[in-house]
Write a protein that binds this ligand. Sequence first.
Ligand SMILES: Cc1cc2nc3c(=O)[nH]c(=O)nc-3n(C[C@H](O)[C@H](O)[C@H](O)COP(=O)(O)OP(=O)(O)OC[C@H]3O[C@@H](n4cnc5c(N)ncnc54)[C@H](O)[C@@H]3O)c2cc1C
Length: 617
Amino acid sequence: MGKVKTVWEDCDILVVGGGMAGTGAAYEARYWGRDMKIVCAEKANIDRSGAVAQGLYAINCYMGMQWDENQPEDHVRYARNDLMGLVREDLAFDMARHVDSAVHKFEEWGLPIMRNKETGRYQREGKWQIMIHGESYKPIVAEAARNSADKIYNRIMVTHLLMDESKENRVGGAVGFNCRTGDFHVFRAKAVIVGAGGASHIFKPRSVGEGMGRTWYAPWSSGSAYALPIEVGAKMTQMENRIVLTRFKDGYGPVGAYFLHLKTYTQNTYGEEYESKWYEHTKAMVGEYIDHTPTPTCLRNHAFIEEVKAGRGPIHMVTMEAFQDPHLEEVGWENFLGMTVGQAVVWASQDIDPKYINPELTTSEPYVMGSHATCSGAWVSGPEDISPPEYYWGYNRMLTVDGLFGAGDTVGGTAHKFSSGSFTEGRIAAKAAVKYILDLGDEKVVVNNKQCEDLKEVIYKPLENYTVGRNEITAGTVSPSYLLPIQGLQRLEKIMDEYVGGISVNYMTNENLLKRGIELLGILQEDLEHIGAEDLHQLMRAWELKHRTLTSECVAQHTLFREETRWPGYYYRGDHMKLDDDNWHCLTLSHRDPKTGEWTMEKAPLYHIVDDKEDSQ
Ligand SMILES: Cc1cc2nc3c(=O)[nH]c(=O)nc-3n(C[C@H](O)[C@H](O)[C@H](O)COP(=O)(O)OP(=O)(O)OC[C@H]3O[C@@H](n4cnc5c(N)ncnc54)[C@H](O)[C@@H]3O)c2cc1C
């Protein structure tokens, strides 16, 4: 490794990932930490990185408190209902009470938000969404982060967190490498905020072969937000709560604006409404949750999946009526141009004009995330003023590792934050991180060179594996000495798909399947010691795969632990096909021992902080 240059950076706050949460964190850290050194390390380029890279057409989380449209309590009720009762209400409330101010900042910084001409208020798409001309959403928030941070390092793939050597269980920074120059980067920091996005490509996607790479969640979301903390022993929560989306077929185009704004609706292949048919069946599984309004997303998925299994697919979105109105037709197309151009291209290539043909919908492969409509992520402390003792340990959004904070997809238990809520959570975490550093006073965080040098050896090993093993290539890319990232990725996706409840088994799993899946993931991890990378890009792929695999192991462990089918439509435990509130109205927690790799699972109590008087809104 002698040839690789090492770049050292000592700072107060390191932000890992400059997506929505990361940019919010960098911005707010400067506000509270005027004299602190704030650095951000991003795998891509913050101008166009993360799940918002391509732009958005709506901000999905805005209360509208200035017009008394919604209050934070309403949002907690909404998220709780959608997640079949299980959210961290303290975190959800905390985000909701601050989110509007973040949206007002976006507008101040130049984001065009549509206005309702009659009321002068923001144009609503649904109860929580407001419509934007959001093609430049990401560059706008990136500019705010750039103006706030001392330094933004683009093209740095963070691979490991560093630990303080003077105090147990305290973070000391992070390391990674530059995907373009190959330089090794060491960031020694007093506090680290992880905002590294969710996880796609851990389950086999529907788009394979010529469509490979097309996924609903960003393909570059590689689970680093989970793997980095898991590896240093941070507790995780609700990792079983993967999400499955009903989306336009083959392009994964969004349906929100279609349902909410264009008022389109679904039907089976015979032109029939089908959701009501599955009412009794679903009620037998989940009881009164099926009577909630709005119907929880997973239960609507469930009706879709059952209808297709019954042989009455495909399910279509009825667009032919709405598209007769020229204004709605324009909105329908613009919706894709602002955020999923690929869907328009797919329709063009398949001769689908939604004015004359009702396009097909499908349910996606599962994804793991904590900011969209599900709750997977790290177990963090809540805010001092509302969190019960089990949810509070000193600093808001701090993980169970001292000095390590999270925001956005990283944080578990708090769904429906979306872009605005993730940015807001980044701000909340940064404010707490500044306080944490101030409280440290003169106390030093110690990271010795040896820790960094040892990791350097590990990080670049795939390049060495390739260099040595390529002499033994037997055919094309096949070598007896290494496996390539794409080969490992496909093996991972197959294991997760077949054993942990992916598309090819209609999201079904059980105890024995999960146990075997976990064994196979263990074997994969052994083999990943022999992964080969032919260049720096493949080195990034290698580390993304390692992060995805660790994330997957955590998902499988959680799925095994929760012995019920809590969210039919997201996944099914065939051996426990009912929702079981008596035993499982709780949150699940995992801890992986960093030394042994052993997992321990436990239940955490679920506190309802907000009353449910308006649950049937
Ligand atoms: C298809 C789609 C549609 C959506 N639609 C909407 C919508 O209409 N409205 C809405 O409000 N929200 C929407 N969202 C949700 C919103 O995009 C997310 O909630 C939000 O981006 C999450 O913020 P985050 O910071 O956690 O993750 P991201 O914004 O994804 O940022 C993560 C960042 O971490 C970086 N990173 C990852 N790994 C590493 C690593 N190892 N080292 C360094 N950097 C790393 C990534 O490059 C990225 O920049 C949508 C998301 C998707 C995918």
